[in-house]
Design a binder for this molecule. Structure first.
Ligand SMILES: *[C@@H]1O[C@H](CO)[C@@H](O)[C@H](O)[C@H]1NC(C)=O
Ligand SMILES: *[C@@H]1O[C@H](CO)[C@@H](O)[C@H](O)[C@H]1NC(C)=O
Ligand SMILES: *[C@@H]1O[C@H](CO)[C@@H](O)[C@H](O)[C@H]1NC(C)=O
Length: 419
C-alpha cells in the first residue's frame, strides 16, 4: 500500500516536476474548453449560424422553385441547370441576410439575399386581382416607383425606373411571366439591391450587380476590408511580386491611392446625385477595393439618401445622444424634444475617424512618420476626425477646406514616397 502510494506520488512528482509539459497540457485543456464554449455560445445565441450545409440547402430550394416555374432570373440557368455557378463557401448570415461566395464561369462572385426564402417576400400586389396579360408596362413602372419611394425615399423619373428591371422594360414586347414579375418584386424589396441597381451606371464606387436568380442577386467579388488587417485591406494580393523591390514603399503608395479614392467617393456621394448619400455604417468590412485601387461600397444596408436620412434622424429626444443613428448624428432641439432632421456630421468626418486615422497617425515604428509633410497629414486627419462645429455654414466651409487640404497632402505625400 505504502509502496503503491509512494509510487503514485513519485509519478505525480515527476510529472509535476516537468513543469513545462504540465503547463502546456493545462493551457491546452483551458484553451480547448474556451474554444468549445465559444462555439457553443455562438451557436446557441446566434442560431442563424452560417454553415455550408445550410447555404447549399438554401440554394437548392431556389433551384427547386426555378424548376417549378415559381421564380426566375438570368443566373438561374447557370446556377441550377448547367452548374456553371459553383458553390464556394458561406460568408455570413446577419439578421436573416444571407451572403454566400461562389464561382461563376471561373469568376468569384458573391450571392446575396436579405431573406432566406422567396416566399418571405411580399407578392406583387397586382397579381392578386388581375390576370397576367392585363398588367401593362405602365402599371409595373408605377408600382416600382412607389416601392422605391417607400424604401429609399427617392422619387425616380419614369424613364429611370425601367432600367432597374433585369430585362429592360422598354425593350420588351412579350408580356412578363408571373415568375419574372415575382422575382423582380422580391429583388426590389431589398433596399440594398435597389440602391446598387440605381447607382450601377452612375458610380464606380458601388459594387457591380452581375445577375440574379429569384431573390438572390450576384455581385462582383472584391478584396474587402478587415479591421484586424494591418493595412485594413489585404494589399499583398495586389502587388506584383516581380516588380516590387521595396514592399514597404509599395504598400504605403497603395494606401495613399486608396485614401485618395475614399476622398473621391466622399465628394461623389456628396455632390453627384440629386440627393446626398449618407453612409451611416463606416467600417473597413463595408468597403472593398478593385484591382486599380478604387474604393467600392459593398454593403449599403446603412446608406441613405437625404430624404430618408431626414426621416430616420427626426426622433423624439431628451439629449444629443438620442439623435445618434450609428455613424449619422444630429442634435437634439431641447425646446421641442425633437432631433434636427439635418445630419450634423459627415461622411468625411467618419471616414477620417474610422479609416484614415488608422493609416495616418503618429507612429514610432515608421521611420518617415515624423517628417514635416507626414506630421501635417496626421494633423489634418486628426482635425477632420473631430466632431463637427455647430454652425451649418461654417461646417460646410470647413469640410470643403479639409477635403481639398487632405487631397493635396495625400498627393504630395504619395509623390514624396517615390523620391
Ligand atoms: C424557409 O423555408 C424552409 C422550408 O420551407 C423552412 O424550413 C425554413 O424555416 C424557412 N426559413 C425561414 C427563415 O423562414
Ligand atoms: C409617371 O407615370 C405615372 C403614370 O403614368 C404618372 O402618373 C406620373 O405623373 C409620372 N411621373 C413622372 C415624374 O413623370
Ligand atoms: C414623440 O413625441 C410626441 C409628442 O411629445 C408624441 O406624440 C409621439 O408619440 C412621440 N413619438 C414617439 C415615437 O415616441
Amino acid at each position: 500500500m505504502l509502496v503503491w502510494r509512494s509510487c503514485v506520488l513519485r509519478w505525480l512528482g515527476v510529472r509535476i516536476f516537468r513543469k513545462t509539459t504540465f503547463l502546456f497540457v493545462l493551457f491546452w485543456f483551458a484553451f480547448w474548453i474556451f474554444v468549445n464554449g465559444l462555439v457553443f455560445m455562438h451557436r446557441t445565441i446566434f442560431s442563424d449560424f452560417c454553415t455550408d450545409e445550410k447555404s447549399k440547402r438554401i440554394l437548392e430550394r431556389v433551384c427547386d422553385q426555378y424548376k417549378e416555374g415559381i421564380l426566375t432570373g438570368d443566373l438561374c440557368e447557370d446556377l441550377c441547370v448547367s452548374q456553371k455557378v459553383e458553390y464556394r463557401r458561406c460568408l455570413y448570415y446577419e439578421n436573416g441576410k444571407k451572403v454566400i461566395e461562389a464561382d461563376w464561369r471561373g469568376l468569384p462572385i458573391i450571392l446575396k439575399s436579405k431573406l432566406e426564402n422567396f416566399s418571405a417576400y411580399e407578392t406583387f400586389g397586382l397579381l392578386d386581382y388581375q390576370e397576367m396579360h392585363e398588367i401593362s408596362t405602365m402599371d409595373i413602372v408605377f408600382y416600382t416607383a412607389m416601392e422605391i419611394k417607400s424604401s429609399l425615399g427617392l422619387e425616380l423619373k419614369n424613364t429611370t425606373v425601367p432600367k432597374l428591371w433585369t430585362k429592360h422594360l422598354e425593350e420588351r414586347v412579350e408580356p412578363y411571366s408571373k415568375a419574372e414579375l415575382a422575382s423582380m418584386w422580391s429583388l426590389l424589396q431589398q433596399e440594398e439591391y435597389t440602391l446598387f441597381k440605381i447607382l450601377q451606371d452612375l458610380s464606380k464606387h458601388v459594387v457591380k450587380v452581375l445577375g440574379s436568380c429569384g431573390h438572390f442577386y450576384a455581385v462582383e467579388h472584391l478584396i474587402a476590408g478587415h479591421t484586424w488587417n494591418q493595412n485594413l485591406f489585404c494589399l499583398e494580393e495586389l502587388l506584383d511580386p516581380s516588380r516590387v523591390t521595396q514592399k514597404r514603399r509599395a504598400l504605403r503608395e497603395a494606401i495613399h491611392k486608396i485614401a485618395l479614392s475614399f476622398l473621391d467617393m466622399v465628394s461623389h456621394f456628396e455632390n453627384d446625385f440629386s440627393y446626398k448619400l449618407h453612409l451611416c455604417d463606416v467600417k473597413p468590412e463595408n468597403f472593398a477595393i478593385r484591382k486599380d485601387l478604387t474604393v467600392v461600397a459593398i454593403d449599403v444596408d446603412m446608406a441613405f439618401f437625404e430624404p430618408k436620412m431626414q426621416d430616420i434622424l427626426e426622433q423624439n429626444c431628451t439629449n444629443d445622444e438620442d439623435c445618434n443613428f450609428f455613424d449619422c448624428f444630429s442634435k437634439c432641439d431641447m425646446k421641442k424634444n425633437k432631433c434636427g432632421s439635418k445630419r450634423t456630421n459627415s461622411n468625411l468626418q467618419v471616414i477620417c475617424d474610422k479609416i484614415f486615422r488608422h493609416w495616418f497617425s503618429p507612429s514610432l515604428v515608421s521611420p518617415k512618420a515624423n517628417q514635416p509633410l507626414q506630421v501635417q497629414l496626421q494633423q489634418a486627419v486628426q482635425r477632420c476626425a473631430e466632431p463637427a462645429v455647430e454652425d451649418p455654414a461654417e461646417r460646410k466651409a470647413l469640410q470643403q477646406h479639409l477635403l481639398s487640404q487632405l487631397y493635396q497632402l495625400l498627393q504630395d505625400s504619395k509623390e514624396q514616397l517615390n523620391e
